[in-house]
Design a binder for this molecule. Structure first.
Ligand SMILES: Nc1ncnc2c1ncn2[C@@H]1O[C@H](COP(=O)(O)OP(=O)(O)O)[C@@H](O)[C@H]1O
Ligand SMILES: [Mg+2]
Ligand SMILES: [Zn+2]
Length: 551
């Protein structure tokens, strides 16, 4: 084979050739030197940072015919067999593709026998977190009665997914991201050996995109050489790096705008799989939505977006999947989430949750509706019909201000429109909660009253829930008054802030017959008792036929 991809060609053969990972390398070398090798190791860290490489060197160190030695010779039969992937005593299993119990079973069979050509068998299970539960259990059994002459090395990119029962039987090593500088130096080394021309800017571009993964850096260089030949100019490089990540960005924007929340988890997984740094990706995603907004709202966006005509066309097509307002809202929420992502100790989960929310965003009230509602409210709440009573007038006005500044996307601090439940939803929630506590009260509220809900003014300490009864229903007023505490508590819980109750009577004539019947029924203590006992509601009242009628 004349052509070897760089990752393969430049795979370190000794511990000393490994880049970074000083602490891990030192400890492994010492273990060999002092003959204190553990039964099982777990190597965690992102892809392409040297886990498999270290495992193979460790296997050679244990079994080198001139060893055990921290510096395997790479010349003896054993060392060569490992380097050439043909050692019968070093088993590499990919947990991601051999997820089955069968593989682990045959493994257990296999370790019963002594190594054929060497002192120790070395079993490397890559992506061990992917094994099925049965396979884990089988593996655990193996670890409980450790076979002699066998060393296990488990590698994983997702340490938190490895069961604690396994971890507790292993020595754990965490492989760090490779620093930008180390990556650049490594690439420089390769390009010099391969006689590739590339500028320092180019090397840095690759290193930045690789974001800590040496393997990614190598394969990006591979791609660049495949694309440009031996002279790689910065322009080509930008194009290659750009198209790689832009494709993913489009997948994400489509998912959000097409409301495919179920794609969130596999897509984020793909990001991680490809070794993207989530925070870096997130910045790019914000930029992408900014571009979508631009092509949507400006006639000639070319000058403001440093992309080719074709790419701008792609953006335009993509932007058709949502309205300008919607894209604006996505962008706002993304911006709001940025500091959170930065400091979250679980950036992946944080990102997943945020994306799921974005996927449901279209269902929430559009800004236009909120603005329209605001316009309706302009006249003040006193004149409106009780049915349309507004909520939280003050805070709505604030929201309008926010929306305005939202339009100015340069001015991007914390200004996403907040979602507030509508008044009707709040009242429904209160009634539902009341249904649990005291059904008879819930029924009164549901059928006989209108509501106003008003956010607190500066002078007040609580928002006001005003419950209005139409004429002649003083009885209910009294009943509710008795339960004022309960009502206030429930309303406060629902709204998430302190609410005070205000009961009033509205003089409206003409409650019709059916309403009167229900009213009469609700007054009946037996009915009340029944309702509270069974959490029931009075839906309708049927007069009992008189015995006389039947005769
Ligand atoms: N720490 C490192 N030092 C030198 N080369 C590395 C290192 N990490 C990764 N590489 C390069 O990347 C390739 C893949 O690394 P590998 O050990 O398989 O990574 P992992 O198992 O962590 O995904 C190696 O063949 C090597 O060329
Ligand atoms: Mg590996
Ligand atoms: Zn050797």
């Amino acid at each position: 084979m004349t052509y070897l991809i760089y990752a393969r060609k430049y795979r370190p053969k000794t511990f000393d050739e490994m880049i970074g990972q000083k602490a891990v390398v030192q400890t492994l070398k010492n273990a060999i030197k002092n003959n204190r090798v553990a039964q099982a190791y777990i190597f965690s860290g992102m892809r392409g940072v040297g886990k498999t490489t270290a495992a193979r060197i460790f296997a050679k160190a244990l079994n080198c015919q001139h060893g055990p030695t921290p510096t395997p010779c790479n010349k003896c039969e054993f060392c060569k067999s490992v380097d050439e992937d043909r050692s019968v005593d070093v088993l590499e299993i990919d947990g991601a593709s051999n997820r089955g119990i069968e593989e682990v079973r045959s493994l257990r069979e296999g370790v019963k026998y002594k190594p054929i050509h060497s002192r120790n068998k070395v079993i490397i299970i890559d992506e061990v977190h992917m094994l099925t539960r049965e396979a884990f259990n089988a593996l655990l059994k193996t670890l409980e009665e450790p076979p002699a002459h066998t060393v296990f090395i488990f590698a994983t990119t997702e340490f938190h997914k490895v069961p604690a029962t396994i971890i507790s039987r292993c020595q754990h090593f965490e492989f760090k991201k490779i620093s930008q500088r180390d990556i650049v130096n490594h690439l420089l080394d390769i390009t010099q050996k391969e006689k590739i021309e590339i500028s320092p800017v180019g090397l840095n571009l690759i290193a930045e995109a690789a974001d800590g993964s040496l393997r990614d850096a190598q394969s990006l260089l591979d791609q660049a050489v495949a694309f440009s030949g031996e002279v790689i100019n910065d322009g080509d490089l930008k194009e290659i790096l750009g198209t790689i990540s832009r494709e993913i960005l489009f997948e994400f924007s489509s998912m959000i705008m097409e409301e495919k929340a179920d794609s969130v988890f596999p897509l984020v997984d793909k990001l991680i799989e490809r070794g993207f740094d989530l925070r870096y990706f997130y910045k790019e995603l914000i930029q992408h939505f900014r571009n979508l907004l631009l092509v949507k709202s400006i006639e000639g966006p070319q000058e403001l977006i440093p992309l080719s005509e074709e790419e701008i066309d792609n953006l335009k097509k993509e932007a058709q999947k949502a309205s300008g307002e919607e894209i604006l809202r996505y962008l706002s929420v993304l911006q709001q989430g940025e500091p959170g992502l930065k400091y979250s100790s679980h950036p992946r989960i944080y990102l997943e949750v945020l994306l799921v929310k974005l996927c449901h965003f279209k269902k929430l009230t559009p800004i236009a509706d909120i603005i329209k509602e605001l316009e309706n409210l302009k006249g003040g709440i006193s004149s409106e019909a009780p049915q349309d009573a507004g909520i939280e007038v003050e805070s709505r006005v604030e929201e309008k201000k926010e929306i305005k500044s939202d339009l100015d996307i340069q001015n991007k601090e914390k200004n996403a429109p907040k979602e507030r439940p509508k008044k009707k939803e709040i009242i429904d929630e209160v009634i539902k909660a009341l249904q649990e506590e005291k059904s008879s009260l819930a029924a009164i509220l549901a059928q006989h009253s209108s509501f106003k809900l008003r956010a607190k003014t500066e002078k007040e300490t609580a928002s006001i829930l005003e419950i209005c009864f139409s004429g002649g229903k003083k009885y209910y007023l009294d009943t509710l008054n008795k339960e004022r505490k309960l009502l206030e508590k429930i309303a406060s819980d629902v709204l998430g802030e302190k609410v005070k109750l205000k009961l009033s009577e509205e003089i409206v004539e003409g409650s019709h017959r059916r309403e009167k019947e229900v009213e009469a029924a609700l007054k009946d203590p037996n009915v009340q008792y029944f309702m509270d006992l069974f959490k029931a509601q009075v839906l309708s009242v049927e007069p009992i036929k008189k015995v006389k009628d039947r005769e």
